[in-house]
Design a protein around this ligand. Structure first.
Ligand SMILES: [Zn+2]
Length: 322
């Protein structure tokens, strides 16, 4: 499982950071899911190894523009590149009519089916190798986290079950191992019924804007990675007196420590935080604040940074590809 950050700035882009978008890549193959799609996300995709034709689904966490204004352009470009495979879009119900109207008004015709599902009331869905569930957050507008859990981690044939049911070893097993349904003695055998996990499922929680990290306690059970906004440091938040529905690095890191999360990725930084300390506060202050209470693997996301979650449960940054 890999993550590529396509946008890590809060509210407005900066020269180094675009607005919110996070790609989650499958362990096998090129398929990926996108969480949030701020303006300019399609350009970030062009700078990454990702392709819009391999995109399986888009999940939008909430209706603020820095999380969804990139949708019409990205969808139009996917169409112009010849995509015909249906694309799933999950997000707040209000997104549906806005997007339809925008595409209609601009005479944008998509040569693929856009399968929209409202996140309100969605309990879980399966996308590619993931089971995706949701957790409701706290923000100025309704906001959600998406919880991605591997459905079949390193699937192996369940030899005990095959033997118990007397299914003869041979080509039948091969078909099941390849995920194909087979007919045997008048019974249809579903491959997934004869698979078992080769290791524990990986779980990644990718959040929308949120000022109460503790709402994620349930969603983070047995998760290896939490991706959460840290718009401010506690010092900036306290000085400003208003959080605007956002979290400080301290709040999120404290939650991650209490929840025993092995990996924490902070993102969605207020543009006031500078890479080089100068007129504004430094981004390093966010890192220092989080590290003061959290001793797991901590990353501050950067645009186009690529992370890999290994079998050992550690999320590490991949060296940029030449
Ligand atoms: Zn935001």
């Amino acid at each position: 499982m890999d993550l590529i950050f396509l946008g890590t700035s809060a509210g407005t882009p900066t020269r180094a950071r675009n607005v919110s978008a996070t790609a989650l890549l499958a362990a096998q193959g090129k398929h990926w899911c996108l969480v949030d799609c701020g303006e300019g996300t399609q350009q970030q995709v062009l700078r990454s190894p990702l392709s819009l034709s391999d995109l399986d689904a888009i999940f939008i966490t909430h209706v603020h523009g820095d999380h969804c204004f990139g949708l019409p352009g990205l969808l139009g470009s996917a169409g112009m590149a010849g995509r015909t495979r249906p694309l799933r879009l999950v997000g707040p119900a209000a997104l549906g009519p806005w997007l339809r109207l925008t595409l209609e008004m601009s005479h944008s015709w998509l040569p693929f089916a856009l399968e929209f599902e409202a996140v309100e009331g969605l309990s879980a869905c399966a996308v590619g190798e993931w089971q995706v569930s949701t957790a409701e957050l706290s923000h100025r507008v309704p906001s959600w986290a998406y919880v991605f859990t591997e459905r079949h981690p390193e699937p192996r044939l369940n030899l005990e079950r095959l033997a118990e049911e007397g299914i003869p070893r041979g080509p039948l097993w091969g078909e099941l191992a390849h995920g194909r349904e087979v007919l045997w003695q008048g019974r249809a055998l579903r491959a997934a019924d004869y698979w078992q996990a080769g290791r524990a499922a990986q779980r990644v929680v990718i959040c929308g804007d949120n000022d109460r990290p503790e709402l994620l306690a349930q969603a983070c059970l047995s998760a290896q990675v939490l991706v959460h906004e840290a718009t401010y440091t506690q010092a900036v938040l306290t000085a400003g007196k208003q959080a605007y529905g956002h979290s400080s690095a301290l709040q999120v890191a404290r939650f991650a420590a209490e929840a025993g999360l092995p990996n924490l990725v902070l993102t969605h930084f207020s543009p006031r935080f500078q890479a080089q300390p100068g007129r504004g506060p430094a981004i390093d202050e966010i890192a220092a604040e989080a590290a003061s209470v959290y001793s797991g693997q901590l990353h501050l996301a950067q645009d186009l940074a690529h992370y890999h979650l290994g079998r050992d449960g550690r999320l590490l940054r991949r060296a940029p590809q030449a």
